[in-house]
Structures are given as C-alpha cells and as structure tokens.
Write a protein that binds this ligand. Structure first.
Ligand code: SF4
Length: 570
C-alpha cells in the first residue's frame, strides 16, 4: 500500500514540475513515507530524520516531510520530537500534499534562502566544523509547518475525504516509463477489523471501496501502457463490495451499509444483488474487460471473507493467479481471540482445505501457492500456544511466511491494554524456531517444481547481480531505498518504509540496458515463487524484463527456484 502511495505522490509532484534526483543529500525536499506497523521501520525513519537535522545545518532551506501512518498516529508529537520536520501528512490526506510542500518550500525560502546560516563553518568536504549553537538551532527549526492529521475515523466527512483520495488514484500517471510491466491498483482503503496489535484502522480510517468502473478503467489504462501484471490492493482486499447508488458522493465512493457487511462463509454473498459488485464480480470483470492484463493477483486477504464465489472465479479465469496471501497470525485460538482476529484456527484450516480443493491442480500445471504472516510472542503467549502456531506452519504448507516478533505499537489496543509479557529472548527463540520450520516447508514446496517449465514474469536484475555490478563499478545503492525526485529544479527524495511484508523496495538496480548475456535476472511465477535465471547467450536483459517467458526449473532453494529460459512452456 505504501509503495502505491509513494507512486501516486511522486506522480502528482511530477505533474507539478518536480523531478527525480538520485541524491537525498542534496535534495531540496525529502519525504518519508512511513509505516508504524513494525518498530524496525519506524526506527529507520527516526534515524534518517536525525541525519536530516544535521544536513539542515548546511542546507537550511531543505524541506523535510513525513507522510503515512507515523505522521497520522503521532501528529504534532512527531514534530515536537523532531523539529526538523516541516510537513506532516497522513495517508488519508495525501491529495493535499503538493499544497503542503509548496507552502513549506516558499516559507523556508523566504526565511532562509539557500545558503548556510551565518556562523556555520564548513570544511572542504562540506561538513560542519563548528559546534552546534543556539542561533543555528533557531534558524534550522524556523520551519513552515503544515499539518493535516486525520486523527479520527471521521464518519461525517468520510465520503468527502474518500472522494479526494479517489481523485488522487484517478490522476495517477500510467506512462510506460514508470511501470516495468507490473503495477498496483488500490480497490479498498482503510480497515474495519480492529486487530488489537494493528494501528491501520486508526491511521487509514474506515473501510471504503472504490467504484468498479474506476478500477477497471485504471487497469485498462495500465494495460494500454504495457502493464502485463496487476496486483489489486486492500488491507482486507477480499472484503471488497461496492453498492451502487448506496449513498451520494462526488467521486462515487461508498461505504458498505450498516448491517449488510459480508460475513464470509461458503456460499455467494447472500446480500449481493444486482446493485452490488462483490469481490468475485470485480475479479471476473477485470479479467473479461481487460484482456491485456496477463496476470491478476491481489493482496492481502482476510481468512474469514472468502466465499466459494471468489474461489470459483479464480478457478475459472486463467489469468487470475492461483496465489493467496492469507495471514493467520497465530495457531492458538486463545491468542487469535486476544488479537481480535475474528476466526478460529479450525475455521482457518477449513478455508485452506477448501481453497486447495478448488484451486490446487498441479496435474494441469495450475498449483495453488499460499503465503502467510505470523506474529510470535504476542502478550500472554505460552509454550503451548507457540506449539500450536508451529503446528499451523507445518500444516499450512506456506510457500513463504512473514514471521515477526511482537512489539507493542503505540496507538493500538494491545499497546494500551495488554502487557508485553513475553521476554525478548523467548520471542527470539520462537522466531528462530519458526523460521527454521518455514525454511524446511518452503524448500519442500519449491522442490515440487523442479523439472517443470513455468511461465515467469521477469522483474529485473537479481540482488546478487545488482551487488556484483555495484561492486564492479564502485558505486553504492541509495541507503534505505530512497527514491528521489526533483521538483522544478528542486530535488525531492521520497524514502519508503513498507507497511506490508508483501511489498519490497528495489534499491537502485543497474539499468537493464547495461546487462547482457550471463547476468542473473529475477522473476516470479503466477504463484509468486521467485525464479532466478541467467540471461541466455545472444539475448539482453532489456528485452526480457517486463515480459513473461518460460523457464525450466532445475533446482530449488528455500527462497528461490533456479532455471533456464526455454523456447516454449510445457
Ligand atoms: S491486521 Fe489487517 S485486518 Fe487487522 S486491523 Fe490491521 S489491516 Fe485490518
């Protein structure tokens, strides 16, 4: 979700004259798109802001902005802790960001100009020589602060807020230069589940669903721009349902009506009439109306919300990927209840068995792959609870599982009400134990593909290749996955911190055009398995990246398959 937000923000800034710069050090505006789901991502932001504080002593006109969940959750407290921050913008206010930045840029320029403040001495490498001083602190904190925090679930203004955000999504750039064949499309915003460890319902607000015609049109524009693979996004993506004409709204965005929310189960949504577009309807609609999209996938799914209708649509539409990312979070019913997940482990297994019965057809080359998320060390988790989770990981046969140690996140129900009582060394031990089990399971799942030929979507050079080439050129990647922009001669750096374990940041890969035969490329199957292969002799990376090619799998590791490009799929 954060990656898409970064893309929308940078696209919007570009249309206003801002341009990319690969250099956070010399950017005129530095933006951090933040996540408060994981403590580690948050610590990274604090550390970068600390660096910016020093950088501002040299370039006081630099504007620093924090956007996303941390901004929303902490509000002005964030500025009190880090006065270097000039702009705060929550995920529900991103349409206002250009105005906030513009305001901050003008204010800082009029106050400070672009020169180091008087009294600041720099050495020949541009570093500060003098000690910090009151005067410099005053100058560097003279910020034009623009704060648009969304601190509540604003039911009264929800439709209006959703409309503005809808315009942001609709205005996205679909230029072929910006998409190497794959793109995200948001279908829902916010979440109504209130898992006790999660801040998303408070920072992203109540769940709203985008009109299906907007989504289909966005997919069509992306397909026309050469995109082959689309991932539909939502916090609980399979809970999508759009009720046509249910409420008046400029952008056409509506919320599910009270008392008519789909409760999941085995049948088609019993409330879905002709005036309702369900998630199953939406998948079928995109598949039928946008044939240019060769792969359609979606993340992240909520276990309780899968009806047979969705599974049937996936089964019957060949371009919908047979891949489900369905976090269980724990194998213990007691912990699931404390997490307020809304299902029992028996229901989760029932869902997995049903999904496999519908979709796992390796005999016709269409296996189902499943990924999960687990939190270990949740408050009060006992050894027995953990054993139940280990049993879940063995039985679920995830192709991969994102395993996290619990850390209390401010702003969540668990932070306020549950003691973080599992010692750190116990969390660490459980985490390692689970990782070892998952590694074994992943290796076994991967081994089943050896000897088969799979269609893979080629994403770019592999991490190994990128490192090798950076080593050879003496260059380095951009720290922390910063993406930089320049804005009308102004440099803007946007640093991403992923909210979803699913998303990742590709750091400064070498240009595909530079890479020839023998270089290692990375790709994904429709089941989201990573496949690494070398560029065949006589071909270049540039012609393969962004396309779908057949690869014969020769060996497997826990995290990746290795193979060779073949002339035809089998
Ligand atoms: S964990 Fe997922 S389902 Fe639960 S509240 Fe957070 S976003 Fe919603």
């Amino acid at each position: 979700m954060n990656e898409l937000d970064s893309e929308l923000v940078t696209g919007q800034l570009r249309t206003l004259g801002y341009a990319m710069t690969p250099d956070r050090e010399h950017a005129d505006v530095v933006l951090y798109n933040t996540c408060s789901v994981r403590e580690h991502a948050e610590q990274k932001v604090w550390s970068r802001l600390g660096e910016d504080r020093l950088r501002k002593l040299i370039r006081p006109a630099t504007v620093v902005g924090v956007i996303g969940c941390m901004a929303e959750r902490d509000g002005v407290d964030l500025i009190r802790r880090m006065p270097v921050v000039d702009v705060l913008c929550g995920p529900g206010e991103l349409d206002k960001l250009p105005a906030l930045i513009d305001n901050a840029v003008r204010t800082r320029e009029s106050l400070l100009g672009d020169e180091p403040p008087a009294g600041v001495e720099l050495d020949d490498r541009g570093r500060i020589v003098l000690e910090d001083s009151e005067e410099r602190r005053r100058l560097t904190s003279a910020a034009a602060v623009a704060l648009q925090g969304n601190t509540s679930r604003r039911s009264g203004t929800l439709a209006a807020a959703a409309d503005s955000l809808e315009l942001l999504d609709l205005s996205r750039s679909v230029s072929p230069d910006e998409h190497s064949g794959s793109a995200y499309v948001r279908i829902t915003r916010g979440c109504n589940k209130f898992c006790t460890y999660c801040v998303v319902p408070f920072t992203r607000g109540a769940e709203t669903h985008r009109p299906p015609e907007h989504i289909v049109e966005e997919c069509r524009r992306l397909a026309d721009a050469g995109v082959l693979e689309i991932t539909l996004l939502g916090q609980t993506v399979n809970h999508y349902r759009f009720e046509h004409g249910a409420s008046v709204s400029v952008g056409g965005v509506v919320q599910p009506q009270k008392g008519r929310s789909y409760q999941g189960g085995h049948r088609r949504d019993p409330f879905a009439g002709e005036r309702t577009t369900t998630f199953a309807d939406l998948l079928a609609m995109i598949h039928e109306r946008v044939p240019g999209i060769k792969r359609l996938r979606f993340v992240t799914s909520y276990p309780r919300d899968f009806g047979d209708d969705v599974l049937e649509v996936i089964r019957d539409h060949p371009r919908i990927c047979r891949y489900l990312h369905v976090p269980a979070q724990s194998g213990s019913n007691r912990i699931l209840q404390a997490m307020n997940r809304g299902y029992s482990i028996e229901e989760y297994f029932e869902f997995l068995d049903r999904a496999r019965a519908f979709l796992h057809q390796p005999e016709i080359g269409r296996p189902l792959t499943v990924a999960g998320d687990i939190i270990v060390g949740f408050p009060s988790e006992t050894d027995d609870d953990f054993r139940a989770t280990a049993g879940l990981v063995e039985r679920a046969r995830y192709k991969n599982c994102f395993i996290f140690k619990y850390s209390p996140r401010p702003g969540t129900i668990a932070f306020d009400k549950l003691a973080d009582d599992v010692p750190e060394d116990v969390k660490r031990r459980r985490n390692s134990e689970l990782l070892a089990i998952q590694q074994r399971v992943s290796a076994a799942v991967g081994a089943e593909f050896v000897g088969r030929t799979l269609e893979v979507f080629v994403q770019g050079v592999s991490k190994r290749e990128a490192k090798r080439r950076q080593g050879a050129s003496g260059g380095g990647g951009i720290a922390g996955g910063s993406v930089a922009l320049t804005v009308g001669g102004k440099g803007v750096a946007v640093a991403g911190a992923s909210c979803s374990a699913e998303a990742s940041i590709v750091e400064n890969p070498p240009a595909a055009g530079d890479v020839g035969g023998g270089a290692q490329l990375t790709s994904r199957t429709d089941g989201d398995l990573i496949v690494l292969f070398d560029v065949p002799a006589g071909r270049s990376a540039a012609e393969l990246i962004g396309t779908i090619v057949p690869v014969r799998i020769e060996r497997s590791e826990a995290l990746a398959l290795h193979g060779t490009v073949t002339p035809a799929a089998g």
